[in-house]
Design a protein around this ligand. Structure first.
Ligand code: BGC
Length: 769
């Protein structure tokens, strides 16, 4: 589609949304509800005057992809040069909200420089399976870390006077069949796992827009899902912005307008505008729904105009060098040191002798730093690790590619020749740094991965190199968990830089050299096997449906519930220093829906270099009416500490942090009793644990004829009555066990527990009264 059509000129008249809305005809209002082209909203022009200017929105999320001439949403066409910051997989692994805010500010500045009103991101879909081809664009398998970090990013971007689009709402957790599949997921799982990251960002940061997902949720397209788009998003969470469709997600535009989908993108060529007008005229769609959607488009335009009209110095350019430096800092911060075991008495990292290093692996020279699809940025420059290592060492370190990549330079040599060259290069080097990872074709928007493994030629290379020189450091590149099974024992040091953006190469070298102490932690579990993953067997679904059969047991919640070994647990990440945790305390105030817990811990840097620890707070609720995960992340803080320095960190948990979504009562409840608060360096490196007693809410379920004997015995009013009836009878314990799940109506019909139908009716009335 041609983007060269000039953006209609804007006048400097103040843009009064209500005045403009009142002036528009039904057809004009309907025209606002779909795009002008691929990236612009529609203007309204009358008699040569622009009543409503058009504004531009564009991808997102970790850099600007502003297309000039040809437009597409698959990242196929070119775009203006922009800083390619680390992808969400890397940014998330920093667990550093302050850093994300700063990255957001830089993104916002670039967005503004290019006269774009909304940057289409961030994406906060949960990494349900490591196979999702688009996981690199998402933050975590956990909604707390995803939500907190995305909120910081949104705050940063929006602080520059431009908007964001929180996406893809909701339950868009795979690429396979993404435009049609129905995510079949129960409400508790939605509320506890798939919605809270969106909720956190909406309630804290009010993104200007939310983008609906392509898929269906329980049989209804997200683009026309009234419960999602209106009941939850607006009525419950108080969302004040505009809902935009994902590009091409609209199936029934009229149903979408009624459900709360304000803007369809891209252009429908006027087809759906006409449908909206016809539906209003036929009495099938309330004009008030059109007004509401048009008003939100006008509000979006109104809040975009100050930045678009402003011509201050900061609006015409951005500091390419400063943004590259920030991208480098972020890449280093998102790097996770998975393993660093001693060889000959000392760990290999940081590199003791940077000039005595052999560099192996095509990825050192041809970095994979972003993913394919709509998020693909045209970077302002590109660092590779080989050059950065050589620069840092001040010498021309030996290099051998070891394997080829489709995206790398052509090399016709057979694989065994490449491996032999790499072995010869590695042999005798002080340390060998081997760069491995997923080739671009392995993961992308639009399709999912088929397995978790590295390519076989890379594993063969590593095995041969490690046999020749055991002092091997492996650096992994990829957008989501990569299996390390079968080869990690052969390498003493291992780190993952994800898809680290345009400065990923230099950022990772900062960590290798010790210029930066690693402080990243995993926001997703690295499992031992694909077959261990929670959605295995239920991913990516079949015949148009994907069943979220693992329920709330996503990510670490699953591995913990099943006591399964993993390669590296959620929250794991090593440092070049060590941290001690002391004086953990938790204090409860209030009760029920007002309960709160203050958690405190003293963290001390006990090593020799400065570093930062990500302190993680997990909560477990061992006894409840529903099965709860063993522990769930509820808060975290990144704490920088000089060697020997110590700090008390405090976290305030509220009732929501203790509660679960009650599937019968259909609300959040804090069920009273013991809660276990654990503080640690990862989900499986808990340094201290305290139990607290919380006075809960009344979660008594209404009693009915089909309530069971067991439920009646638990009931505060009915329980004593039924128990008294049972005490009078001599009941065999086996019989009693069998009767526990019998409905009261059957108990009454059998004349058990002193009940008949009449007495049962009275009991139910008294219990529910
Ligand atoms: C993606 C969105 C993106 C949009 C516009 C879609 O295919 O799912 O994330 O913002 O295209 O490029």
């Amino acid at each position: 589609m041609d983007q060269s059509a000039p953006r209609p000129a804007t006048t400097d008249r103040p843009f009064d949304v209500e005045r403009v809305l009142a002036e528009l005809t039904l057809a004009e209002k309907a025209s606002l509800l779909s795009g002008l082209d691929f990236w612009h909203t529609q203007p309204v022009e009358r008699d040569g005057e622009t009543l409503v200017p058009s504004v531009m929105v564009t991808d997102g999320p970790h850099g600007l992809r502003k297309q000039d001439e040809s437009a597409d949403h698959l990242g196929l066409g070119g775009s203006v040069p922009a800083t390619c910051f680390p992808t969400a997989a890397a940014l998330g692994s920093s667990w550093d909200a302050d850093l994300l805010r700063r990255v957001g500010e830089a993104l916002g500045r670039e967005t503004r420089t290019h006269d774009v009103a909304v940057l289409l991101g961030p994406g906060v879909n949960i990494k349900r399976s490591p196979l999702c081809g688009r996981n690199f664009e998402y933050f975590s398998e956990d909604p707390v870390v995803a939500g907190d970090l995305a909120a910081a990013l949104v705050d940063g971007i929006q602080s520059r006077g431009v908007g964001t689009s929180l996406k893809h709402f909701a339950a868009n957790n795979q690429e396979a069949d993404r435009m049609r599949v129905s995510a079949d997921v129960d409400e508790r799982t939605l509320r506890e796992i798939y919605l809270p990251a969106f909720e956190r960002v909406v309630t804290r940061s009010q993104p200007w827009t939310v983008m609906c997902a392509y898929n269906k949720v329980n049989g209804v397209y997200a683009s026309q899902h009234d419960w999602l788009l209106t009941t939850v998003l607006r009525d419950e969470w108080g969302f004040e912005g505009l809902v935009v469709s994902d590009w091409g997600a609209v199936r029934d535009r009229v149903a979408g307008v009624a459900a709360g989908l304000d803007l369809e993108m891209p252009s429908s060529g006027g087809r759906t505008d006409a449908q909206v007008v016809a539906a209003v005229r036929a009495g099938e769609l309330d004009e008030a729904a059109v007004d509401a959607a048009a008003r939100r488009v006008l509000q979006l335009v109104a809040r975009s105009l100050p930045a678009l009209r402003s011509t201050g110095a900061e609006d015409d350019s951005f500091d390419i060098d400063a943004h590259h430096t920030l991208a480098r800092e972020a890449a280093a911060a998102g790097t996770v040191l998975l393993k660093n075991e001693p060889v000959d008495g000392a760990p290999l990292l940081p590199l003791a002798a940077p000039a005595d290093v052999a560099v192996i692996g095509e990825l050192a020279r041809t970095p994979r730093y972003q993913g394919a699809g709509s998020s693909q940025v045209n970077p302002t420059r590109l660092d590779d690790a080989l050059t950065a290592l050589r620069e840092a060492a001040g010498t021309d370190l030996p290099f051998a590619p070891g394997y080829t990549l489709a995206e790398g330079p052509a090399d016709d040599r057979p694989a065994d020749e490449l491996v032999a060259e790499a072995v010869a290069t590695a042999r005798g080097a002080g340390t060998v740094v081997v760069f491995l990872g997923l080739p671009a074709a392995y993961e992308s928007e639009g399709y999912d991965r088929e397995h978790l493994d590295l390519p076989a030629d890379q594993v063969a290379l590593l095995t041969a190199v490690a046999a020749a020189n055991p002092r091997v450091v492996v650096v992994l590149a990829g957008g989501s968990a990569i299996s390390v099974s079968g080869w990690r024992d052969a390498v003493p040091a291992l780190l993952v830089g994800w898809l680290g953006g345009q400065a990923g190469g230099s950022g990772i070298v900062d960590v290798l050299n010790g210029a930066v102490t690693p402080s990243g932690k995993l926001t997703e579990t690295i499992p031992l096997r694909l077959e261990d993953t929670p959605s295995y067997g239920n991913f990516p679904g079949e015949l148009g449906h994907v069943r979220y059969g693992e329920g709330v047991l996503v990510g670490y919640r699953w591995y913990d519930a099943r006591r399964m070994e993993v390669a590296y647990p959620f929250g794991h990440g090593l440092s070049y220093t060590t941290f001690a945790y002391d004086d953990v305390a938790a204090q409860v105030t209030g009760s029920g829906a007002d309960a709160a817990v203050r958690v405190q811990v003293r963290v001390t840097n006990t090593g020799a270099v400065a570093g930062a620890e990500v302190v993680q707070v997990y909560v477990g609720d061992p006894v409840a009416q529903v099965q709860r995960p063993e522990r769930e992340l509820k808060a975290f803080a990144k704490v920088p500490l000089a060697p020997g320095a110590s700090r008390v960190v405090a976290f305030d948990l509220d009732a929501r942090d203790l509660s679960y979504w009650h599937p019968v009562l259909r609300r959040w409840v804090v069920e009273g009793g013991e809660f276990v608060v654990a503080v640690g360096a990862s989900s499986r490196d808990l340094r201290a644990q305290v139990s607290v007693d919380v006075d809960g809410e009344d979660v008594t379920l209404p009693l009915g004829e089909l309530s069971t004997l067991g439920e009646a015995l638990q009931h505060p009013v009915a329980g004593p009555v039924v128990r008294a009836g049972l005490d009078g009878a001599t009941i065999d314990p086996v019989m009693l066990a069998m009767a526990t799940d019998m409905p009261l109506a059957v108990i009454a019909d059998f004349g058990l527990a002193g009940l008949d139908r009449g007495a049962l009716g009275q009991l139910i009335e008294a219990a529910n009264g």
